[in-house]
Design a protein around this ligand. Structure first.
Ligand code: ZN
Length: 146
C-alpha cells in the first residue's frame, strides 16, 4: 500500500470513528465555534487546561470528512500536552498544510493531512478544528491575565 492510500485510510477511519467527539456541559471548558462557509463545515471545539496542560479536548459539529477527521486527529495528538507545546504543534500543522513540512515527529498522525496542501480550497477544512483550539487557548490565556 502506498502512503497516499494509507493516509486516506487514516482520514476515513477517523471520520467513521471520531475520537473525543461530543461536547460536555462543564464551565471549566472553553468553547469556540467556527465555520467554513465555502465547504459548509461547522464545528465546535472545547478545551480544558489544568496547570498549563491540555487535559481534555472535545469537538462536535458537521462537516466534510477532512474537517471531521482533522478534529478527531487534533484532539488525539494534542491531548495531555503542555499549552506551549500545543501552540507550536498548531503552528507546525499550518506549515504542513501550506506545503512546508516542518518534520516535527510530535505531529504524529496529523501528517496524514499533508496532501491537502495540494488543494488550497480544502486547507481551511483541515485547519478549522486547529484554529478553534488555538482561539480557545488564546481566550483562556487572556482570561487568566485579567
Ligand atoms: Zn470541508
Amino acid at each position: 500500500m502506498d502512503m497516499k492510500n494509507l493516509y486516506r485510510q487514516v482520514i476515513m477511519e477517523h471520520h467513521k470513528n471520531p475520537l473525543n467527539k461530543g461536547l460536555v456541559d462543564d464551565e471549566n471548558y472553553e468553547l469556540v465555534h467556527l465555520n467554513n462557509p465555502s465547504c459548509g463545515d461547522d464545528i465546535k471545539v472545547q478545551v480544558k487546561i489544568e496547570n498549563n496542560i491540555i487535559t481534555d479536548i472535545r469537538h462536535d459539529g458537521q462537516g466534510c470528512s477532512i474537517c471531521c477527521s482533522s478534529g478527531s486527529v487534533m484532539s488525539d495528538v494534542l491531548k495531555n500536552l503542555k499549552v506551549d507545546e500545543v501552540l507550536i504543534l498548531i503552528n507546525d500543522f499550518y506549515k504542513l498544510l501550506t506545503g512546508n513540512n516542518p518534520n516535527n515527529p510530535n505531529l504524529k498522525e496529523a501528517v496524514v493531512f499533508e496532501g491537502v496542501s495540494l488543494f488550497p480550497a480544502r486547507v481551511r477544512c483541515a485547519t478549522l478544528a486547529w484554529k478553534a483550539l488555538e482561539q480557545a487557548i488564546i481566550n483562556i490565556k487572556s482570561k487568566e491575565n485579567l
